[in-house]
Design a protein around this ligand. Sequence first.
Ligand code: GAL
Length: 413
Amino acid sequence: MKALKSALAAATFLATAGMASATDLEVTHWWTSGGEAAAVKVFADAFNASGNNWVDGAIAGGGNARPIIISRITGGDPMGATQLNTGRDAEDLIQAGLMTDLTELAEKEGWADFIRPSKLLDSCKFEGKIYCVPVNIHSFQWMWLNRSVYESNGLAVPGNWSDFVSSASALREKGVIPLAVGGEPWQINGMAGVFMVALGGVDLYKAINVEKSADAAGGAEMTKVFEAIAAARGMVDDGFVGRAWNDAANMVITGKAGAQIMGDWAQGEFSVAGLTAGKEYDCLPGLGVHPVLDTGGDAFFFPKPAGDKPDVVKAQLEMASLLVSKQVQVDFNLKKGSLPIRGDIDLAAANGCMQKGLKILEKPENILPSGEQAWSSDTQGQMEDLWVEFFNDPDMSVADAQGRYVEIIKTAN
Ligand code: GAL
């Protein structure tokens, strides 16, 4: 009888101990499209399998989610973990000491040895300590084309931007919208950044985004970028204002439009729609002109819990460790359409577009600093507003727009 009692006591202890280690973490993010939801589920399933509990806190749209996330943390109502962009989104929160320090874990697991390019981890650092974990590499420098739309209309599938421009009117005559665009500020701003590299060249991009040169911003090379945006204005449909990026992607997927210039998260939508890279759709990194990638992307941050909650911090560290683990990195990035933050995993399952991206990443000279890491949120906002105004107003001249752009660069921080 005594043995039975002690066995029951032990079982009860283990059960409660096991339950005690199961911690709820509310996780905020803005991954609500089909492809994004499929990808974030990989993270949630992995965290739940670790014996903890992922409480999903999805908020649609980065522009909505970011201020909500930041104000909750500054307001003393922190979530357990949150996605934000790699870069300066959480700069003030980190400097205010509101984020859990991941340095000990990062050093124990050797993150610096396998996270590449190293600037992804650098953008998580403040005063030598690490406060976020990069989870993917996204680049805006992509154009997505519906191959079938061109082939079924007897047109060659464009191999670069100028091919695309030359066949745009023929496509429109066939009743197909040449370029699918969503009118949200970050989308127009992102497209402008793609033109800057693809048409202006890497040197122009760096002169502006790294050296912050007002001369480069006002120069002839940059004029070509404004002219391309003006040309793109003529290739869209009237319904672009306010359109979500994944709805624009869906126009290409369903053949309503020929192409979209969008970050590689769009590939997650093609994958969920069952389309195959190189077959029904294709991809042009750097618009097929300058195949380079900006290395923006996403990172997870772990706000310090309100009050002393060691179980929450323990679960935060368990999640951080999972997100950079090899298998989770492979499974997540294949669904997200992004590239993994570690160079030591087997991505044989990667599709043709991801393979193009991995090839480009092999050469450091092909890697650009993403705008998110270069500009403060305020400067980024001013640029977005200008691009949106220029794209929406056909009466706004290239000269006027470029003049205002120079002023923004002159006062940028
Ligand atoms: C970006 C984010 C991507 C994707 C995209 C569209 O900021 O890095 O993961 O979600 O927004 O929502």
